[in-house]
Design a protein around this ligand. Structure first.
Ligand SMILES: Cc1cc2nc3c(=O)[nH]c(=O)nc-3n(C[C@H](O)[C@H](O)[C@H](O)COP(=O)(O)OP(=O)(O)OC[C@H]3O[C@@H](n4cnc5c(N)ncnc54)[C@H](O)[C@@H]3O)c2cc1C
Length: 434
């Protein structure tokens, strides 16, 4: 069996063992294991928050049973290893939808809670954790604790966005959202500057979903140009089925240099220019709208053995000045950025003590991992983010400093008091011992 890794394949970690968790009625006796443990689900976190170098991983992928579905109220109870893909396949034909979706459907319910994930509707729906009614948490003592906003509320808030450190979520209850079908009516608008992006995103409340793709290599007058996507669930009967599985798959690691500055510049320019008209509308199935990257299986192998990092930050407030500074630094560097995404977060408070989303503008960019020069650029970006009162997303992170983590997440000590002492991760040791 290949070693479990995170999605960015940087950093690599050696684990002492992988312990399968198969039955919620008979979970492994965690206290009998000599090393620390960390739950691992689909491994769609990019950096080291799902890794536990020198310790054990609890593989929850077989903890994947549906338990109860109240079809009238749209309340689903399932084990924590069930994926959002599996939920969508069951509930969409019944007129329900997952209330918060990330950019891939291959994410588990436990992973979605542990990173308190956000989606294109953050401005309307807040984070995933805001839709969780309750869950059962297994502590290493063998104790099972039912957590909800009313019962064991401190542990509930620590576990949402708690990076898998407060215990093992066995099952959770999720409140779904009513929809009429599987189609999304979408509009794509070309914008030529960050100011135009800001104007477009002030209309966010009129649309359920909004996000922008941005050309992160454009400079000067073109800085901040991109494509703005907004959409709503389409009314009326609609096509339910979508071809399952990726259209193509990357069968092996490609040479690390394949994605380079020249190829990404060409791609970005072509992609921006193919949008010939400033405005395009169409109706499409929800899968290509929410999960465009799922169309290419194992696309993380495009970056080769050295892997890649995703840098996702949020800067506070309504100003895009810090975003402009970040983009300028990126465009001037000799690094290879790709796939940059911009979104304005809304004001709905995140329920978790360590949740990442907060009001402001979030920017996410992939960088091919080239070692010290890549890391040096990202450190410079951190300084801009810190100056703008922002934060870096732990689910994507592999390198932020401990000092910055503690600045970005001021409740970290309150959170630390709720950690199960048997649980640990590479990420947590990195940001708390540095
Ligand atoms: C293409 C792509 C697009 C993405 N888009 C977004 C996005 O739009 N928004 C966003 O917020 N994120 C996004 N992500 C990140 C992803 O949603 C999160 O990293 C998510 O947490 C991954 O879930 P997972 O099931 O793979 O969990 P893993 O990555 O395996 O684990 C994540 C964390 O959850 C913990 N965990 C897992 N299961 C349990 C459990 N049963 N009990 C307790 N802890 C548990 C782990 O210990 C770890 O800390 C994206 C990732 C990819 C690859």
């Amino acid at each position: 069996m290949p070693a479990l890794q995170s999605w960015g394949r940087y950093p690599r970690a050696d684990h002492t063992r992988v312990v399968p968790v198969v039955w919620r009625s008979e979970p492994p006796r965690l206290s009998e294991l000599p090393e620390t443990v960390l739950p691992f689900a689909c491994g769609r976190s990019y950096g080291d928050s799902c890794l536990n170098a020198g310790g054990a991983l609890l593989d929850v992928s077989r903890l994947n049973r549906f338990m109860a579905f109240d079809e009238a109220r749209g309340v689903l109870r399932c084990e924590a290893g069930v994926t959002l893909a599996e939920i969508l396949a069951v509930v969409v034909p019944r007129g329900w939808f997952v209330p918060v979706l990330p950019g891939t459907k291959w994410v588990s319910v436990g992973g979605a809670i542990a990173n308190d994930i956000h989606g294109k509707n953050h401005h309307r729906a807040g984070t995933f954790g805001a839709h969780i009614a309750c869950f059962e948490l297994l502590r290493s003592t063998g104790e099972r604790i039912l957590c909800s906003p009313e019962r064991n509320a401190e542990l509930f808030c620590a576990t949402i966005g708690g990076l898998g450190l407060t215990g093992l979520i066995l099952w959770a209850e999720l409140r779904l959202k009513r929809v009429q079908g599987a189609q999304i009516s979408m509009e794509r608008i070309r914008f030529s500057s960050l100011d135009e992006f800001l104007q477009l995103s002030t209309d966010d409340q009129e649309y359920e979903y909004t996000v922008a793709w941005i050309d992160c290599l454009a400079r000067g007058k073109s800085l901040g140009r991109g494509l703005f996507l907004r959409g709503d669930h389409a009314a009326g009967a609609s096509r339910l089925h979508h071809d399952q599985g990726p259209a193509i798959s990357v069968p092996l690691d490609l040479p690390s240099g394949l994605i380079n500055r020249a190829t990404t510049t060409l791609f970005n320019t072509m992609y921006y220019r193919t949008q010939l008209r400033t405005n395009q509308r169409r109706t499409l199935h929800y899968e290509p709208f929410f999960f465009p990257l799922d169309g290419i299986g194992a696309w993380n192998r495009l970056y080769g053995q050295k892997g890649f990092v995703q840098y996702q930050c949020v800067t506070s407030g309504d100003s895009a000045a810090a975003i402009a500074e970040l983009l300028d630094q990126v465009a001037r560097s000799s690094e290879t950025p790709a796939l940059a995404v911009l979104k304005r977060f809304g004001r709905i408070p995140s329920p978790g003590l360590l949740s990442f989303p907060r009001p402001g503008i979030t920017l996410a960019i992939h960088f091919a991992m080239r070692g010290s020069t890549t890391l040096a650029l990202l450190d410079r970006l951190d300084q801009i983010v810190a100056g703008a009162g922002g934060a870096i997303y732990p689910a994507k992170d592999a390198r932020m400093s401990g000092a910055n983590f503690r600045r970005f997440f001021p409740h970290w000590e309150l959170f630390a008091a709720q950690i199960d002492p048997k649980f640990s991760s590479s990420f947590w040791r990195r940001v708390t011992t540095a």
